[in-house]
Design a protein around this ligand. Sequence first.
Ligand SMILES: *[C@@H]1O[C@H](CO)[C@@H](O)[C@H](O)[C@H]1NC(C)=O
Ligand SMILES: *[C@@H]1O[C@H](CO)[C@@H](O)[C@H](O)[C@H]1NC(C)=O
Length: 191
Amino acid sequence: MLLVTLFLLCSVQTACSEDASTSLYFVNTSLLQITFSSTVGVFIPCPAAGSPSATLRWYLGTGDDIYDVPHIRHVHANGTLQLYPFSQSAFNSFIHDNDYFCTAENSAGKIRSPNIRVKAVFREPYTVRVEDQSAMRGSAAVFKCLTQPSVQEYVSVVSWEKDTVSLISGMSFRFIVNHLQMLDSCLEGSS
Ligand SMILES: *[C@@H]1O[C@H](CO)[C@@H](O)[C@H](O)[C@H]1NC(C)=O
Ligand SMILES: *[C@@H]1O[C@H](CO)[C@@H](O)[C@H](O)[C@H]1NC(C)=O
């Protein structure tokens, strides 16, 4: 009888430790920063997962547990962290501008994502402008798209236009982040 019990224990343990189907893994290791608009809010899926399906938990970067705050912050059953849209007066740096991380835990063990910087930004009206540039005939001229410093980080150029006609990157123009490089300024003359 004792022998049978030992044998059973053994086979159960072997089954557990050799079960190749249990795993924990990172879904997205490049998710280190999330910037979202306060008027839209954000859904952040846990970047870690497992098989069999893991228990996903979110924490503040300090390791503190996070709690649901009605209509402000909620962790869904599938492990997605949601921050709701909010007005400027409801801004709370602990919630809307903080480091978070997520853990995934199952019978294979437990893994922790890197800290993810979560930051809300407020929409504010802004204008863009381009300053005149001078360049030697035949050499390249670089134009910078300028906007106010408070929004500079969040504004990206989607197109450059000359007399309402979109410029196309190619032989004459090159686009570099928020800059336009006019490769041969004599082609365009002065305008
Ligand atoms: C991983 O995260 C980065 C940064 O947020 C994002 O651009 C990319 O689309 C994500 N990739 C996947 C597979 O979710
Ligand atoms: C998780 O659940 C939320 C709420 O139901 C949903 O909006 C989101 O798309 C889900 N995310 C994933 C990764 O399934």
